[in-house]
Design a protein around this ligand. Structure first.
Ligand code: AMP
Length: 221
Protein backbone atom coordinates (compact mmCIF):
# COMPACT_ATOMS: atom_id res chain seq x y z
CA UNK A 1 0.00 0.00 0.00
CA UNK A 2 1.45 3.36 -1.04
CA UNK A 3 -0.15 6.71 -0.25
CA UNK A 4 0.63 10.29 -1.18
CA UNK A 5 -0.75 13.07 1.03
CA UNK A 6 -1.12 16.79 0.22
CA UNK A 7 -2.28 19.55 2.55
CA UNK A 8 -1.03 23.01 3.55
CA UNK A 9 0.71 23.64 6.85
CA UNK A 10 -2.10 23.95 9.39
CA UNK A 11 -4.55 21.62 7.61
CA UNK A 12 -4.27 18.66 10.00
CA UNK A 13 -2.18 16.66 7.54
CA UNK A 14 -0.10 15.18 10.37
CA UNK A 15 -3.17 13.95 12.26
CA UNK A 16 -4.97 12.46 9.28
CA UNK A 17 -1.78 11.08 7.74
CA UNK A 18 -0.92 9.25 10.96
CA UNK A 19 -4.33 7.61 10.89
CA UNK A 20 -3.83 6.31 7.36
CA UNK A 21 -0.28 5.21 8.11
CA UNK A 22 -1.31 3.30 11.24
CA UNK A 23 -4.23 1.61 9.49
CA UNK A 24 -1.86 -0.11 7.05
CA UNK A 25 1.38 -0.17 9.07
CA UNK A 26 3.17 2.03 6.54
CA UNK A 27 6.53 3.77 6.72
CA UNK A 28 6.02 7.49 7.21
CA UNK A 29 8.33 9.12 4.71
CA UNK A 30 8.47 12.82 5.43
CA UNK A 31 10.91 14.88 3.38
CA UNK A 32 11.31 17.56 6.08
CA UNK A 33 12.10 14.91 8.70
CA UNK A 34 14.69 13.25 6.43
CA UNK A 35 16.43 16.61 6.03
CA UNK A 36 16.36 17.21 9.79
CA UNK A 37 17.93 13.79 10.36
CA UNK A 38 20.73 14.62 7.92
CA UNK A 39 21.28 17.99 9.60
CA UNK A 40 21.35 16.35 13.04
CA UNK A 41 23.86 13.78 11.79
CA UNK A 42 26.07 16.47 10.25
CA UNK A 43 26.09 14.82 6.82
CA UNK A 44 27.23 16.66 3.70
CA UNK A 45 23.67 16.58 2.37
CA UNK A 46 22.43 18.01 5.66
CA UNK A 47 24.91 20.87 5.53
CA UNK A 48 23.90 21.75 1.97
CA UNK A 49 20.17 21.55 2.76
CA UNK A 50 20.41 23.59 5.95
CA UNK A 51 21.06 26.93 4.27
CA UNK A 52 17.85 26.62 2.23
CA UNK A 53 15.74 25.26 5.07
CA UNK A 54 16.75 28.10 7.36
CA UNK A 55 15.46 30.60 4.80
CA UNK A 56 12.20 28.68 4.36
CA UNK A 57 13.15 27.98 0.73
CA UNK A 58 12.88 24.69 -1.07
CA UNK A 59 16.03 22.59 -1.09
CA UNK A 60 17.14 22.24 -4.76
CA UNK A 61 15.77 19.31 -6.74
CA UNK A 62 19.17 17.78 -7.46
CA UNK A 63 19.51 17.14 -3.71
CA UNK A 64 15.86 16.50 -2.79
CA UNK A 65 14.57 14.23 -5.56
CA UNK A 66 17.25 11.49 -5.41
CA UNK A 67 17.20 11.60 -1.61
CA UNK A 68 13.44 10.97 -1.40
CA UNK A 69 13.39 8.40 -4.22
CA UNK A 70 16.17 6.43 -2.49
CA UNK A 71 14.22 6.29 0.78
CA UNK A 72 11.06 5.23 -1.09
CA UNK A 73 12.93 2.47 -2.87
CA UNK A 74 14.27 1.12 0.41
CA UNK A 75 10.81 0.85 2.02
CA UNK A 76 9.52 -2.71 2.29
CA UNK A 77 6.30 -1.99 4.24
CA UNK A 78 4.68 0.42 1.83
CA UNK A 79 4.75 4.16 2.47
CA UNK A 80 2.87 7.31 3.29
CA UNK A 81 4.73 10.10 1.51
CA UNK A 82 4.38 13.52 3.15
CA UNK A 83 6.04 16.81 2.15
CA UNK A 84 7.05 15.56 -1.28
CA UNK A 85 6.24 16.46 -4.03
CA UNK A 86 6.17 20.17 -3.31
CA UNK A 87 6.41 21.33 -6.94
CA UNK A 88 5.12 20.25 -10.32
CA UNK A 89 8.58 19.09 -11.37
CA UNK A 90 8.87 16.90 -8.25
CA UNK A 91 5.37 15.53 -8.90
CA UNK A 92 6.28 14.56 -12.46
CA UNK A 93 9.62 13.05 -11.45
CA UNK A 94 7.96 10.99 -8.73
CA UNK A 95 5.38 9.63 -11.16
CA UNK A 96 8.12 8.78 -13.71
CA UNK A 97 10.10 6.92 -11.04
CA UNK A 98 7.07 4.95 -9.84
CA UNK A 99 6.21 3.95 -13.39
CA UNK A 100 9.79 2.96 -14.14
CA UNK A 101 10.05 0.81 -11.00
CA UNK A 102 6.57 -0.69 -11.43
CA UNK A 103 5.42 0.70 -8.05
CA UNK A 104 1.68 1.08 -7.64
CA UNK A 105 0.29 4.22 -6.04
CA UNK A 106 -2.94 3.31 -4.19
CA UNK A 107 -4.28 6.59 -2.82
CA UNK A 108 -3.67 10.29 -3.21
CA UNK A 109 -5.18 12.30 -0.33
CA UNK A 110 -5.70 16.06 -0.57
CA UNK A 111 -6.75 18.11 2.44
CA UNK A 112 -8.27 21.33 1.18
CA UNK A 113 -8.13 24.44 3.33
CA UNK A 114 -8.36 28.13 2.37
CA UNK A 115 -5.13 30.01 2.88
CA UNK A 116 -6.40 32.52 5.45
CA UNK A 117 -7.80 29.76 7.65
CA UNK A 118 -4.58 27.73 7.42
CA UNK A 119 -2.60 30.78 8.50
CA UNK A 120 -4.89 31.46 11.48
CA UNK A 121 -4.59 27.86 12.60
CA UNK A 122 -0.79 27.90 12.46
CA UNK A 123 -0.63 31.12 14.46
CA UNK A 124 -3.09 29.68 17.02
CA UNK A 125 -1.10 26.49 17.64
CA UNK A 126 0.33 26.08 21.13
CA UNK A 127 2.91 23.51 22.16
CA UNK A 128 2.57 21.63 25.48
CA UNK A 129 5.79 21.33 27.51
CA UNK A 130 4.92 17.71 28.39
CA UNK A 131 3.79 16.34 25.03
CA UNK A 132 3.98 18.01 21.61
CA UNK A 133 1.01 15.90 20.47
CA UNK A 134 -1.43 17.36 23.00
CA UNK A 135 -3.72 19.41 20.76
CA UNK A 136 -4.03 23.05 21.80
CA UNK A 137 -5.12 25.85 19.50
CA UNK A 138 -6.42 29.23 20.63
CA UNK A 139 -8.26 29.58 17.30
CA UNK A 140 -10.15 26.26 17.38
CA UNK A 141 -12.81 26.11 20.13
CA UNK A 142 -12.87 22.28 20.55
CA UNK A 143 -9.15 22.20 21.28
CA UNK A 144 -8.78 25.59 22.96
CA UNK A 145 -6.34 25.61 25.93
CA UNK A 146 -7.68 25.84 29.50
CA UNK A 147 -6.79 29.44 30.17
CA UNK A 148 -3.09 29.50 29.31
CA UNK A 149 -2.50 25.81 30.18
CA UNK A 150 -2.62 22.57 28.17
CA UNK A 151 -6.19 21.30 27.83
CA UNK A 152 -4.99 17.68 28.21
CA UNK A 153 -2.53 17.76 31.11
CA UNK A 154 -2.42 21.33 32.43
CA UNK A 155 1.19 21.77 31.29
CA UNK A 156 2.64 25.12 30.29
CA UNK A 157 2.17 26.15 26.68
CA UNK A 158 4.37 28.01 24.25
CA UNK A 159 4.23 28.96 20.58
CA UNK A 160 6.85 27.93 18.00
CA UNK A 161 8.79 30.94 16.70
CA UNK A 162 8.20 30.03 13.07
CA UNK A 163 4.46 29.69 13.76
CA UNK A 164 4.32 33.31 14.90
CA UNK A 165 6.36 34.67 12.01
CA UNK A 166 3.82 35.76 9.41
CA UNK A 167 6.57 36.24 6.84
CA UNK A 168 7.77 32.66 7.25
CA UNK A 169 4.19 31.34 7.07
CA UNK A 170 3.61 33.34 3.89
CA UNK A 171 6.76 31.91 2.28
CA UNK A 172 5.58 28.34 3.05
CA UNK A 173 2.06 29.05 1.80
CA UNK A 174 3.25 30.87 -1.34
CA UNK A 175 4.89 27.62 -2.37
CA UNK A 176 1.95 25.44 -1.36
CA UNK A 177 -0.87 27.41 -3.01
CA UNK A 178 1.02 28.08 -6.28
CA UNK A 179 -1.05 26.38 -8.98
CA UNK A 180 1.43 27.13 -11.77
CA UNK A 181 4.55 25.36 -10.59
CA UNK A 182 4.13 24.83 -6.82
CA UNK A 183 2.57 22.19 -4.62
CA UNK A 184 -0.99 22.77 -5.85
CA UNK A 185 0.30 22.25 -9.39
CA UNK A 186 1.71 18.87 -8.31
CA UNK A 187 -1.54 18.06 -6.54
CA UNK A 188 -3.56 18.92 -9.67
CA UNK A 189 -1.19 16.84 -11.79
CA UNK A 190 -2.33 13.77 -9.83
CA UNK A 191 -5.94 14.90 -9.52
CA UNK A 192 -6.35 15.37 -13.27
CA UNK A 193 -4.49 12.22 -14.22
CA UNK A 194 -6.53 9.72 -16.20
CA UNK A 195 -5.91 6.03 -15.53
CA UNK A 196 -3.33 6.59 -12.79
CA UNK A 197 -4.73 3.50 -11.06
CA UNK A 198 -5.06 5.23 -7.68
CA UNK A 199 -8.06 6.59 -5.79
CA UNK A 200 -8.05 10.37 -5.27
CA UNK A 201 -9.58 11.41 -1.92
CA UNK A 202 -10.46 15.05 -1.22
CA UNK A 203 -10.95 16.06 2.41
CA UNK A 204 -12.61 19.26 3.59
CA UNK A 205 -10.10 20.65 6.10
CA UNK A 206 -12.68 23.06 7.50
CA UNK A 207 -14.64 20.22 9.08
CA UNK A 208 -13.91 18.96 12.59
CA UNK A 209 -10.96 16.61 13.11
CA UNK A 210 -13.37 13.76 13.94
CA UNK A 211 -15.59 14.36 10.92
CA UNK A 212 -12.55 14.34 8.62
CA UNK A 213 -11.24 11.16 10.28
CA UNK A 214 -14.55 9.40 9.84
CA UNK A 215 -14.81 10.35 6.17
CA UNK A 216 -11.21 9.36 5.47
CA UNK A 217 -11.60 5.97 7.15
CA UNK A 218 -14.71 5.29 5.08
CA UNK A 219 -12.78 6.08 1.88
CA UNK A 220 -9.78 3.85 2.65
CA UNK A 221 -10.64 0.24 1.92
P1 AMP B 1 8.67 20.55 6.54
O1 AMP B 1 9.09 19.84 7.79
O2 AMP B 1 7.84 19.66 5.63
O3 AMP B 1 8.00 21.88 6.80
O4 AMP B 1 10.01 20.85 5.72
C1 AMP B 1 11.02 21.65 6.27
C2 AMP B 1 11.88 22.23 5.17
O5 AMP B 1 12.53 21.17 4.44
C3 AMP B 1 11.12 22.99 4.09
O6 AMP B 1 10.84 24.33 4.48
C4 AMP B 1 12.09 22.93 2.93
O7 AMP B 1 13.16 23.83 3.10
C5 AMP B 1 12.66 21.53 3.07
N1 AMP B 1 11.85 20.57 2.28
C6 AMP B 1 11.00 19.62 2.75
N2 AMP B 1 10.43 18.93 1.74
C7 AMP B 1 10.94 19.45 0.59
C8 AMP B 1 10.73 19.20 -0.78
N3 AMP B 1 9.86 18.25 -1.21
N4 AMP B 1 11.44 19.92 -1.69
C9 AMP B 1 12.30 20.87 -1.28
N5 AMP B 1 12.53 21.19 -0.01
C10 AMP B 1 11.85 20.49 0.94
Amino acid sequence: MNILIFGPNGSGKGTQGTLAKDKYGLDHIESGAIFRKHIGGGTELGMKAKEFINKGELVPDDITIPMVLDVLASSTNGWLLDGFPRSLVQGEKLWEALQKDGVKLDYVIEIKLPRDIAKGRIMGRRLCENNPNHPNNVGIPVIAPEGDKCRVCGGSLSARDDDQDEGAIDVRHNIYYDEETGTMAACNFYKNMKDGGFKYIELDGEQSIDAIKEYLMAQLV
